[in-house]
Design a protein around this ligand. Structure first.
Ligand code: SF4
Length: 988
């Protein structure tokens, strides 16, 4: 390892720039200066001193011929500066085997949270008998010594140990989580359990320190074996990028490269990784097939074909009815709007008639959904069922937007930039991510980023190498034959059924059909998201980072673009001027966005924006930029952009560029004009149909201003681009109606413009027995927020929630409308509920949505508190949920600029904004929250509402009428708790 000298010195077999930590002297060996898969501008053909490659097994054994210490700690929480250690597990590994173990509980000074006790099985009694840290500190320090330390998320373990030892751990730290992320780019996840699963390493999750330390050691062993399987090409590139990314793994990769094999001595280009892989099997095209004429009853009816091909298929009259309605709409070329209650099986009800229609006509069809989960369900579960039911095969593909695929040309540019002496503009996190991408690229067939699970810093780096319509060289691209986007498009063109998301459906529609292959009939599932997605598609935004990233690309382009700049008569002066102009534009952007950040201070938090601030640009008749000192700052930035762009245009027109670089430079200039256009378009917007604002976003822990401009209404755009262009379409969702009427949804997405004779609306009730298996209880004696002080309201909700959760005996989902309130209430109920053995899980406090849902499913007594993302798409079926609590009726957060503008527009048009916007919005959201309770025939429970307006106000019945028929009662809190005990007693 680094710092310990090479175990088996060999000729240097990687670029000299790698030599840093390996002890090799620069110039000691013949080396290739740069290898071409990093740059197509290969600058050296220097001979390589070759040695015979070493067998991979030897590589692994040699790397393991070192002493390491694997560590794991159990703690009272995740805060390394405040929480306490409760267990330490260490094991020493030498020559690939565990030679010594150390394990001890540690008596903490404070209490251990119930969640930790349940997770680890460590009890208070065990800790009372445990030694204090002072009693074991010496043994821990001497066990670790100065050996390299391995851990899974090692910074966490090392953070605690360093704090307790009072000094940093002296040895290098190797993170098996980061190593797994890099070496297993397509794994499902990188927890210890998932990384072990990906490599077939046996691991029974224990959450005990010694067991986890040993599992980490075994995982490390398996990862080293995987490292040994990488080709020298990939190893050398990854080592280089990890070095640029200042990763502690760089030394490991360098060592692996040095010992594993000779340097190949040949150069390869980015597409070499694509060429080396097996190609996807060519899909046959679709022919027109005359499917056997079968009726809906023959397929869906009792004893029908679905019963014989789908194990466990249950007949549902509503499903058959919906399939008949879809068939009718497709045959007549009309529109069908269906609210399909939970459990109908709506996807098969539209898929089978749609596929039959496509097979008969030979015309491609399209299904659009909002969530990836539904797309995967359609492709992996429902489409195979349709094939089995119809006894026919056909092509169905998932179509994604360009940005989901890696653009080989942009990737090439980033790798070139990484070699520039100034390094990668994208930063160290991007360099580490690119090492991962390099390894992934050798394995992926589709080049689809969906195969990688990305974290936030990686997402930003991903955007730099993702394909984009702007900047694509199209047919002129030298990499077009290998292009992942082109391959995906070819697959889509051969398919009979396209599955996509609303965003791509609408992007294509707004672009006049330029993105997707032609298609005929259309199904829009999860249609209630259509308005929001259309708004997002038509929103323009601008951030300082966009400007800075764009500016940072100029120097690398000029530096690599050949002698063009220096052929100018005054080349040296222009070169100097460019530096000044870049700096001036950067400073002006910084000044303008610092002005925006100040405007955001004190702005109201937007409830739907994760509680982040947002502010309209025009407030109380005054423009926050143009009518203030911000105007000169803004005009300064525009002027700097124009000067820079004008100068660059002159350089471009002077000629002397290679064709590729001339195109690259022209794209850069065009992008600059677009950035400037977006900035001025937002700030100087005078279109009354658009709303412009600044909102805050957190990146890397800091609040950044984002400028945005969106249409107030999308109805006209959606009607013109989507509904007026298609003869037949089916729109469906479980939540479309308010009080049994579709008007609100139709008006929001432009369906009201479709002639009445061409549109049918139907409500298909759920087959679940809501009347017997569920009840709605409204707590009638709690204050409303406007009636009492904030503190009193919070406390009353917390008290009520504690009592209700105890009465229900856990298995409770609590839905809030605001983040801050959710956190406050969760903090208050936690101590009380935990003394009664009920674990409290709060979104964003105890983890993200997926992790909390998993924990909730496995915890017998738990209360899960969540906001926006928990109101829909959460499926806790199989009797794992007994009670859903809705804290407040979900009226729209009017601090959100678009909603506020919609309300103002309605008022200006003389409409009742409450009836036409607030109430429908709240009812649909309420229905979604209510829908979390019953997800299968086995589910049973109650929904409790802590907002008495549901029974006191005149609009209450609209909410209740929008639910399936079920018993509704209203009780004071004490009676509600007693009623819950008797109602849910049998389920506990
Ligand atoms: S064709 Fe376009 S998307 Fe594909 S590699 Fe070339 S530039 Fe990238």
């Amino acid at each position: 390892m680094e710092g310990q000298g090479p175990v088996n010195p060999e000729p240097q077999a990687f670029p000299a720039s790698f030599a840093g930590g390996s002890g090799a002297k620069a110039g000691q060996f013949f080396a290739v200066g740069r290898c071409r898969f990093i740059t197509s501008l290969c600058i050296s053909q220097t001979p390589v001193l070759l040695t015979e490659p070493r067998p991979k097994r030897i590589l692994k054994e040699e790397l393991l011929a070192e002493v390491y210490v694997a560590v794991d700690v159990e703690t009272t929480g995740l805060d390394t500066s405040r929480d306490e250690l409760i267990e330490v597990g260490l094991c020493r590994i030498a020559n690939g085997a565990v030679t010594e173990r150390f394990s001890s509980l540690v008596r903490p000074a404070g209490a251990v949270p119930l969640r930790v006790k349940k997770l680890t099985g460590i009890t208070d009694a065990m800790l009372e008998a445990a030694p204090t840290w002072e009693e074991i500190a010496g043994a821990v320090a001497s066990f670790i010594g100065d050996a390299p330390v391995i851990g899974h998320n090692v910074a966490f373990d090392a953070g605690f140990l360093s704090r307790y030892l009072g000094k940093p751990l002296p040895g290098i730290l190797l993170d098996t989580c980061e190593l797994a992320r890099t070496l297993l780019p397509q794994a499902r996840g990188y927890s210890l359990a998932l990384a072990a699963e990906a490599l077939g390493v046996p691991y029974a999750v224990q959450h005990r320190a010694l067991a986890d330390a040993e599992a980490t050691a075994v995982l490390f062993d398996a990862l080293l074996a995987r490292l040994g399987e990488l080709s020298p090409q990939v190893l050398s590139g990854a080592a280089f990028l990890l070095d640029r990314g200042n990763s502690s793994l760089a030394g490991l990769f360098k060592e692996a490269l040095r010992r594993a094999t000779k340097f190949p001595g040949r150069i390869s280009s980015p597409e070499a990784f694509v060429e080396a892989k097996p190609k996807e099997p060519e899909e046959a095209g679709n022919e027109r097939v005359n499917p056997e004429a079968v009726t809906c009853t023959e397929l869906f009816g009792p004893g029908g074909r679905l019963t014989s091909v789908l194990p466990g298929y249950e007949y549902r009259a509503q499903q058959e009815e919906m399939a008949a309605a879809v068939t009718g709409a497709l045959e007549n070329g009309s529109y069908l709007l269906v609210e399909a209650g939970t459990g109908i099986g709506k996807s098969l009800a539209y898929l089978i008639p749609l596929v039959q229609k496509a097979l008969k006509s030979g015309k491609r069809v399209l299904i659009s959904t909002h969530t990836v989960n539904l797309q995967e369900q359609l492709l992996q579960k429902d489409i195979p069922s349709v094939k089995a039911a119809l006894g026919l095969d056909f092509n169905a593909v998932l179509v994604k937007g360009r940005q989901h695929y890696l653009c080989l040309r942009r990737w090439q540019r980033q790798l070139e930039e990484a070699q520039h002496p100034d390094g990668l503009n994208a930063g160290e996190a991007a360099a580490r991510f690119y090492a991962r991408v390099l390894i992934w690229l050798a394995a992926t067939v589709a080049g689809d980023f969906g195969e990688l699970s990305l974290n936030e810093p990686e997402r930003e780096a991903q955007a730099r190498i993702a394909a984009a319509a702007e900047g694509c060289f199209g047919k002129n691209c030298p990499l077009s034959t290998h292009c992942f986007v082109n391959n995906a498009r070819r697959r889509a063109e051969k398919a009979l059924v396209l599955i996509t998301n609303h965003s791509l459906l609408l992007t294509d529609a707004f672009a006049g059909g330029a993105v997707l292959p032609d298609y005929g009939p259309l199904v829009i599932d999860e249609a209630h998201h259509l308005e929001d997605v259309a708004t997002e598609c038509l929103t323009r935004s601008h951030t300082r980072r966009e400007a800075v990233n764009w500016l940072s690309r100029l120097r690398p382009i000029l530096a690599r673009a050949g002698p063009a700049l220096y052929q100018l008569p005054n080349g040296a002066a222009v070169d100097k001027k460019i530096n000044t102009l870049i700096e001036a534009a950067r400073n002006a952007a910084a000044e303008l966005f610092s002005f925006f950040n100040n405007l955001l201070a004190g702005a109201p938090n937007s409830g739907v924006n994760g509680g982040l601030p947002a502010r309209r640009l025009k407030e109380k008749g005054s423009h926050l930029v143009l009518d203030t000192p911000g105007r000169s700052v803004y005009l300064g930035l525009v002027a700097e952009f124009e000067t820079l762009l004008g100068t660059c245009q002159g350089i471009a027109e002077a000629g002397g560029w290679t064709e590729t670089w001339a195109r690259e430079f022209a794209l850069w200039i065009q992008e600059g004009h677009e950035i400037r256009g977006t900035l001025t378009g937002i700030i100087e917007n005078t279109d009354p149909d658009r709303v412009e604002w600044i909102e805050g976003r957190f990146w890397a822990g800091e609040l950044h201003a984002v400028l945005k401009c969106a249409p107030v209404s999308v109805a006209e755009a959606v009607f013109t681009s989507v509904f007026s262009r298609h003869h037949a379409a089916v729109l469906t969702s479980a939540t479309l109606t308010v009080g049994g009427r579709f008007d609100h949804f139709m008006n929001r997405v432009g369906l009201h413009r479709v002639p009445a004779e061409r549109l049918t609306c139907q409500v298909m009730g759920s087959p679940f027995a809501y009347e017997e298996r569920s009840s709605l209880c409204v707590v009638s004696d709690l204050p409303l927020p406007q009636e009492v002080a904030a503190e009193e309201y919070l406390q009353s909700v917390a008290d009520a929630l504690s009592r209700l959760a105890l009465a229900a005996g856990g298995r409770v989902l609590v839905l809030f409308t605001a983040n801050r309130m959710m956190r406050e209430v969760a903090m208050r109920v936690r101590p009380r509920l935990e003394t009664e053995d009920v674990v409290v899980l709060a979104q964003g406090v105890d983890g993200g949505r997926t992790r909390l849902l998993e924990e909730f499913r496995h915890t017998e007594r738990a209360a899960l508190c969540g906001t926006a993302s928990f109101w829909e798409g959460v499926d806790i079926s199989g009797g794992l949920l007994r009670m859903v609590v809705i804290v407040k009726l979900p009226f729209p957060p009017f601090e959100t600029p678009v909603l506020a503008a919609r309300r103002v527009r309605l008022l200006n048009q003389g409409h009742d904004d409450f009836q036409t916007l607030s109430l429908p919005y709240a009812v649909l959201r309420f229905k979604q929250g209510f829908g979390r309770l019953i997800r299968s025939h086995q589910d049973e429970g109650v929904v409790v509402v802590l907002d008495r307006r549901l029974v006191n106000k005149s609009y209450g019945p609209t909410f209740i009428k929008s639910l399936p028929p079920l018993p509704v009662i209203s009780l004071p809190l004490t009676d509600a708790c007693a009623w819950l005990r008797s109602r849910l007693g049998d389920l506990a």
